[in-house]
Design a protein around this ligand. Structure first.
Ligand code: 4AD
Length: 450
């Protein structure tokens, strides 16, 4: 039997007979003449036929044999890879029939509400506009991996079941672990730090679990955390340099490999200045106060409105859509964060904000065993819950630090998506684990934030 080829190869086969397989995207029935767009993992191509195609329905999985021919000049579509050819079908076989669709998958813009898209996720993910989101995400993840490998980082895998909360006690999922309690890891933080003692530079792609008790457009309860950690640093600014290098590499990769997908969303990678600007958190709050008269100068963190305002400022002042905010207050950061030796009320830590939202968190860590032990106690944790982690600091842990970014958050911000759920294949939130867990009751509306 003739071997199947991928659709992207079809334009090279004019005058030849080919066998292809894929899904029916759209059918246009003009009576005697039927046109079908068929899609596989590589591209889409137009089929032409008569009765042989008339029984097909959108999303049927089919296999056909036909002759590749040049399209009449008036029918050429320069916008697609296969726009100069079509296949005249001689044999057609339905491999698996599709039921009637709950919404029109043929519309280019997919004008369907998000809850419906999520209720029919296995179907909606097949729409080219939705698929494009995950191609972009794959490129972001590949970019993260490639640049860190080039810089001598080793990829590691860490467990999801952990003995203790790391990023803050409340937002943690407890799991019944035989007759004990365990937790789902809020971040691979502890393990990547331990592994600095082994490989010096490590990174991981880890699922992170946050029991976020509110419904927002930027939080998931399970997200993909792209984490890196490096030893033998002299200053936390080295970590910011690594973040900047990684971000620039990802943007460059998106522009060269994903121009088509960015175009679908009318998106561009964020504009950057020669160097990403930096401000201390207190400086940022002062600027925000001067610009808006909103006085959050004593607050321990930037409010969502403040993040938006300081991003507006970064564009106006520096021509950069990204900005580093450094030196968050010690008491508001996790126990492992390194206090600034010059001003221990504040930390050697940073967030990278872009287009009004936090993308990355990072900083230097405390690598002194005694200081870490003291902080664990002061932050209200039990040292025995951190035994294995603490062990690593008894045996020569160099000065170190690292960072983490949420894959869905970055995808959302680059493509200008309104809701982070759009950037997750199978999003988890308070209301959904594939199925809707409940319908929002009026009294729960107070949890709805933006
Ligand atoms: O700021 P976070 O909580 O920092 C940490 O987890 C530290 N362990 C990182 C470190 O290396 N010090 O989370 C890091 C990033 C955020 O900037 C955001 O992009 C993403 O992870 N993130 C979420 N994304 C989706 N849903 C959530 N609930 C998220 N929480 C954090």
């Amino acid at each position: 039997m003739q071997q199947r080829i991928f659709i992207k190869e079809v334009p090279k086969c004019v005058g030849e007979k080919v066998r292809i397989a894929g899904w029916v995207n759209i059918k246009r029935d003009h009576g005697k003449l039927v046109f079908v767009d068929i899609r596989d993992n590589s591209a889409m191509v137009q089929l032409v036929g008569g009765e042989i195609l008339s029984n097909l329905r959108p999303q049927d999985a089919i296999e056909i044999i036909g002759s590749v021919q040049k399209r009449p000049t008036a029918m050429i579509n320069k916008n697609i890879l296969t726009g100069e050819v079509e296949i005249e079908v001689q044999e057609s076989k339905v491999l698996s029939k599709a039921e009637e669709l709950p919404f029109d998958m043929g519309q280019e813009d997919l004008n369907v509400e998000l809850p419906t898209l999520l209720d029919w996720r296995s179907l909606s993910l097949r729409h080219p506009k939705v698929t494009a989101i995950f191609k972009v995400q794959e490129t972001i993840i590949n970019g993260f991996r490639e640049i860190l490998k080039q810089d001598s980082f080793t990829e590691i895998q860490v467990p999801a079941i952990v003995p203790s909360a790391t990023e803050g006690g409340a937002e943690v999922f407890k799991v019944k672990y035989f007759d004990k309690d365990a937790f789902l890891g809020q971040s691979p933080q502890m393990y990547k730090q331990i592994m600095v003692g082994v490989f010096e530079r490590v990174f991981t792609l880890a699922h992170a679990y946050r029991a976020e008790p509110s419904v927002t457009t930027r939080h998931l309860t399970e997200y993909l955390s792209l984490d890196a950690e490096m030893g033998f640093i002299e200053s936390f600014t080295e970590i910011m340099e690594e973040v900047e290098k990684m971000i620039r590499y990802i943007f460059q990769k998106l522009n060269s490999e994903r121009a088509e997908e960015l175009k679908i969303f009318g998106a561009t990678t964020p504009q950057l200045s020669a160097k990403i600007p930096q401000l201390k958190m207190r400086e940022a709050q002062q600027i925000i106060f001067e610009r808006t008269s909103r006085d959050n100068r004593q607050e321990p963190d930037l409010e969502p409105e403040d993040e938006k305002e300081i991003c507006r400022y970064a564009i106006e002042k520096y021509g950069s859509e990204l900005i580093f905010i450094t030196h968050y207050p010690t008491k508001k950061r996790p126990f492992y964060t390194y206090p600034d030796p010059q001003d221990p009320e504040y930390t050697c830590s940073f967030d990278l904000l872009g287009r009004g939202l936090e993308w990355v968190t990072g900083g230097q860590r405390i690598n002194d065993y005694q200081q870490l032990l003291k902080n664990i106690n002061e932050w209200g944790n039990k040292p025995e819950d951190f035994e294995l982690y603490l062990q690593a600091f008894k045996f020569g842990m160099p000065p170190e630090g690292g960072f983490a970014l949420g894959a869905e958050r970055i995808t959302m911000q680059i493509l200008g998506l309104k809701n982070i759920r759009e950037a997750s294949l199978f999003p988890r939130d308070m209301e959904r684990i594939d199925q809707r867990l409940s319908v929002l009751k009026p009294k729960d509306k107070k949890n709805e934030k933006n």
